[in-house]
Design a protein around this ligand. Structure first.
Ligand code: FAD
Ligand code: MLT
Ligand code: ZN
Length: 476
């Protein structure tokens, strides 16, 4: 692996024996217990980490997950839940010989109530597939990520995924109404939490504890989700801006003027555009090369109304000098191109070599400053420092690249960067999570009482600490 900090195997965990494999075969069938050709389950999307897991289980139902966890509890076998394996903090793969429990086959139940917009869906459905199925009834999933063709809805819940439309539709906490969760306890308890209802104050809403718990408290097998009406009128534009201060002013103006139809406000700085161009050949649709490019999107239901509102807003921004350049998508193809530029920000970096990936929240007054501070600090020793992301949500993706992993560079970036973020009222993980990557820094900016509560919750739900060990939550 890369040389990023690593743990040692817990001595009290069992090791898989032939009798365990026979038990698993009895529970889910021989075809779904894999012990060969499992390399892809042991590698994270970034290529930072490599696990040495020896067994992958592919259960087909909640009951099968329950029987597996019951057995793992008895034998103290550690387990990593894995969905699309697109996570960006090394949380979805084994560290040592943990069993990979893949959710991919739990993808049968799909039940939409078209009048309420409440969907009950198995955790193993691919996000994009859910969206396509919803389109037939005029709905869409309320979250959208660059990884939508691979990530599964259960993985989205477990990571509390954000994405490019959170400023309009809210977080997973706003949209998840209930969950089915299996616990790694003596009976493989199945919890049915929340309801397929928008309002239900008959309980403590315990499903929220599992949203963003990164597969360390329980395994999500079914999701009750509030889905959004599919907009029939969507408009997009790229705007060029000369300073970050103007980006802040533009955001304020977009919230006020576009108000209920504003659905995205994404940032790409000039270094990001350069990276996309150099590594993929794609050029910006803007005629100039401004320091900042913002991708704005509106979503509504009345094209005349939305067009008038959007065009008036864009004209005003050019006239008052907020934007120095702008281009409106004249077709869906052009809009897709704008989004491709944004999505390529992530993919284009891979060509540089090693990526020191960061996903931070900051108050907007400090949002861009740290990118400049890092450029100054790291100078010519890196290929680039780029900043893009969900500026509408105060979420910056600052990515630093070098040809290969360098411990010396790592030590110059961390903990400096995360301490800077914590000292400026930010969060070291806005949406990707803590996982293995950020575990050494998870305490920054947190009260000890909150960290203690995490430990108590871990102990409560996972008494033997077998679920996704060595990551975010401490061992019990
Ligand atoms: P995995 O990667 O398989 O798992 C992620 C974590 O959840 C692991 O800890 C795993 O153990 C746990 N887990 C998985 N399934 C379950 C389950 N059913 N029950 C309990 N625990 C489970 N993230 C964002 O937030 N916003 C973005 O805009 C975004 N864009 C991305 C773009 C690209 C190109 C890529 C590669 C990733 C992006 N991500 C983004 C990160 C990633 O896609 C999300 O974190 C996603 O929600 C992970 O889903 P997954 O199905 O791949 O889960
Ligand atoms: C994004 O917004 O593109 C994703 O979170 C992935 C990334 O940080 O590159
Ligand atoms: Zn993101």
């Amino acid at each position: 692996s890369s040389g990023l900090p690593g743990p040692t195997r817990h001595a009290d965990f069992g090791s898989i024996e032939d009798s365990d494999l026979s038990t698993f075969e009895r529970i889910i069938g021989k075809d779904y217990v894999k012990t060969s050709d499992i390399e892809t389950f042991n590698k994270d999307w970034m290529g930072w980490y490599k696990g040495t897991g020896k067994c992958v289980l592919l259960p087909g139902s909640t009951d099968e997950v329950s029987a597996i966890l019951k057995h793992c509890y008895e034998r103290r076998l550690a387990v990593v839940p894995q969905s699309g394996n697109t996570g960006l903090v090394g949380a979805s793969i084994p560290v040592f010989d943990e069993i990979v429990l893949s959710l991919k086959r739990i993808n049968k139940h799909f039940d939409l109530d078209p009048s309420s917009g409440v969907l009950e869906v198995d955790a193993g459905f691919i996000l994009e597939e859910i969206d396509q199925k919803l389109a037939a009834d005029g709905y869409m999933v309320p979250l959208d990520l660059g990884s939508k063709a691979s990530c599964l809805i259960g993985g989205n819940v477990a990571t509390c995924a954000g994405g490019v439309r959170l400023l309009r539709y809210g977080s997973m906490h706003s949209n998840v109404l209930g969950l089915d969760v299996v616990l790694p306890d003596a009976s493989g308890s199945v919890l049915k939490l929340g309801a397929a209802l928008r309002k239900d104050n008959t309980s403590i809403h315990a499903h929220h504890v599992f949203i963003g718990s990164e597969g360390q408290l329980g395994i999500v097998t079914r999701v009750r989700l509030l889905v959004a009406p599919r907009p029939t009128s969507v408009h997009s534009a790229l705007l060029g801006l000369e300073s970050f201060d103007k980006v802040r002013q533009l955001l304020r103006a977009a919230k006020t003027d576009l108000s209920e139809i504003l659905s995205s406000f994404e940032l790409l700085d000039a270094e990001t555009m350069r990276c996309v161009k150099e590594n993929t050949g794609l050029s910006s649709a803007l005629s100039s090369q401004p320091p900042f490019t913002v991708l704005i999107e509106t979503s509504g239901s009345n094209s005349d109304h939305d067009t008038a509102k959007f065009e008036a807003f864009l004209e005003k921004c050019i006239e008052n000098g907020l934007a120095s350049d702008g281009v409106i998508a004249e077709s869906a193809t052009e809009a897709n191109y704008f989004w491709k530029l944004r999505e390529m920000a992530t993919l284009s970096l891979l060509k540089d070599g090693f990526i020191y990936k960061n996903d931070i929240s900051l108050p907007l007054e400090h949002f861009y400053k740290i990118t400049e501070v890092l450029r100054e600090r790291l100078g010519e020793d890196v290929i680039r420092v780029i900043c893009y992301g969900h500026v509408g949500d105060g979420n910056a993706h600052i990515n630093i690249t070098s040809k290969e992993y360098s411990q010396e560079l790592y030590d110059r970036i961390y903990p400096f960067l995360y301490e800077w973020v914590a000292n400026h009222g930010g969060s070291i993980s806005a949406e990707h999570g803590i996982g293995r990557l950020k575990k050494p820094y998870a305490h920054l900016g947190k009260e000890s009482t909150e960290l203690e509560l995490n430990t108590r919750l871990k102990h409560f739900f996972d008494p033997r600490g077998i679920l996704n060990p060595y990551k975010f939550f401490p061992k019990v």
